[in-house]
Design a protein around this ligand. Structure first.
Ligand code: H76
Length: 495
């Protein structure tokens, strides 16, 4: 008996040691001074607010809107806001374009009202793209809107107009600056080093200037931060980030600002997200929640394939429809991200018709189905063929993008984690016209059935009005957890 006990003890000790060993291997982390400074999501009010947005508007506007992807009779197929760098485009011509910048049709209030009507809850605006042209009168360079025929501060006009509409403003800022003599993509020589130091100070000055000039701004959206020269400055950039956050408590900065000590971007060498939300999903959506990795994230999307600034010619790539964008927005929300649609106004300050039409039609859709998009999270339901689902408290929203040919939406319910309990649908209605859904059971007047594998489903027959729907529609459900043995009573009760 004694021997048995001591053998057992020995066995336990052995298991314990192995477990400890495995844990310490798992836990072994690369020590980083400039990696993620927090594990998991930010929990403060500013970030909780960010998480509710659902839909944002991006605006790319600068002197590149004047050529609009074309110069001297030539059509440049690359991104219009990059035209200065495309071979064939004379740099000198580009660098003088600002002398013509005079967007006489620009009306910040009109843009803000349109964004509001579309249902956007935040704006990201290009204060400075890679060309270095500043849409605000910066004290640190002459290459700004102040020295154009237009003269006026565009950033201020937009911050004020959007804020007045209740739309939060984030400032896009490119680290790359082709107009600054000190800018380098790589620092090789001592001269480079000295010049780059100047550039770093210039960048810091401009960022502090932006936060000082526009106190309403909620965050900074960085781009062009992939250069080796910038990545090598990880420690300095990290300190700058802290400084910016101290100027504006609650400031939101995505994963594109800084690299970690080892040069890794977005996620650090330990796999943890750098800063407040994942900015990798540009023009691409994650496939599932696993890819999201439990982080906040955002997808910025162009309407044509890859045009951000105004391009006169949209004929050569697929141009997304409002339905395409609604599907992406629904998918994004079902995976806990924010979806942002880009607009590229022309050189006069007009938003093109294709974009205005999209804004209108998304706005119309959201005015009915907004509950499925704003202030929601991914739902308890697994991904199903008819579309995407989101959840707020006990309400689940099904955005049916693929209307079944048999007009029957089959909803597979999650399994209850509590022994003896099952999920049933307490209430179901279409947001479309607030009609209660007719729910069909298994040939008898019931709402629910189980297959032989123990999966539970509801079959929702689409009413005539919904059958005619040519766009995605939303069904709102309320799930209930009930005792399995009460199912029969319950079915009778809700018919
Ligand atoms: C590459 C690149 C840039 N990042 C996008 C958000 C656009 O600004 C594009 O020019």
């Amino acid at each position: 008996m004694k021997r048995k006990i001591s053998l057992l003890l020995l066995l336990f000790a052995f298991i314990f040691t192995i477990q400890n060993f495995a844990q310490s291997v798992n836990k072994e982390r690369i020590p980083l001074e400039h990696g993620a400074h927090r594990l998991g999501k930010r929990t403060d009010a500013a970030m909780q607010h960010w998480r509710k947005y659902g839909l944002g508007q991006f605006i790319h506007w600068g002197v590149y809107a004047i050529p609009g992807g074309q110069w001297d009779g030539k059509n440049y197929m690359g991104a219009a806001e990059w035209i200065r760098s495309w071979s064939g485009m004379p740099k000198q011509d580009y660098d003088n374009l600002y002398k013509q910048f005079n967007p006489v049709d620009f009306d910040a209030v009109k843009w803000a009202k349109q964004a509001k009507q579309m249902g956007a809850k935040y704006l990201i605006f290009t204060t400075k793209h890679h060309d270095g042209f500043c849409m605000w009168p910066s004290n640190y360079t002459d290459y700004t809107v102040a020295n154009t025929p237009y003269k006026k501060d565009i950033v201020k006009a937009l911050v004020d107009a959007y804020t007045a509409e209740g739309i939060d403003v984030y400032l896009y800022f490119s680290i790359i600056d082709w107009n600054q003599p000190g800018y380098r993509s790589v620092v090789k020589t001592e001269t480079d080093k000295a010049e780059y130091e100047q550039f770093k100070q210039f960048t810091r000055n401009q960022l502090i200037e932006l936060l000082t000039n526009y106190p309403q701004v909620k965050g900074l959206w960085f781009d062009g931060s992939w250069d080796k020269a910038w990545i090598e400055q990880a420690a300095w950039v990290d300190a700058l980030g802290e400084e910016l956050r101290s100027i504006r408590p609650g400031l939101i900065i995505g994963s594109r600002f800084r690299a970690d000590d080892t040069g890794k971007r977005h996620v650090d060498a330990n796999g943890d997200l750098i800063d407040d939300y994942d900015q990798r999903f540009e023009r691409n959506l994650p496939a599932n929640l696993k890819e999201v990795g439990g982080n906040d994230w955002e997808c910025v999307m162009t309407i044509p394939e890859n045009q951000w600034g105004y391009h006169r010619d949209w004929s050569w790539s697929y141009v997304k429809t409002s339905d395409d964008l609604i599907e992406m927005m629904a998918k994004t929300r079902s995976l806990d991200g924010n979806f942002v649609i880009n607009f590229g106004p022309d050189g006069k300050g007009n938003i093109r018709k294709e974009e205005s039409d999209i804004a209108k039609s998304i706005g119309k859709w959201l005015s009915i189905n907004g509950n499925a998009v704003y202030d929601v999270q991914h739902s308890l339901l697994e991904k199903q063929d008819w579309g995407y689902s989101t959840q707020k408290d006990h309400k689940i929203y099904l955005t049916v993008f693929n209307k079944p040919a048999n007009n029957l939406v089959r909803v597979k319910l999650p399994k209850s984690k509590t022994e003896g309990m099952i999920y049933v649908i307490g209430k179901a209605q279409f947001l479309l016209n607030q009609q209660p859904a007719r729910i069909k059971g298994n040939g008898k007047p019931a709402t629910y059935f189980r297959d032989k594998f123990g999966n539970s489903y509801y079959d929702i027959i689409l009413p005539k009005a919904v059958q005619k729907c040519t766009q995605a529609f939303v069904i709102e459900l309320e799930l209930k957890e009930i005792d399995k043995k009460d199912l029969d009573n319950y079915q009778q009760a809700i018919i």
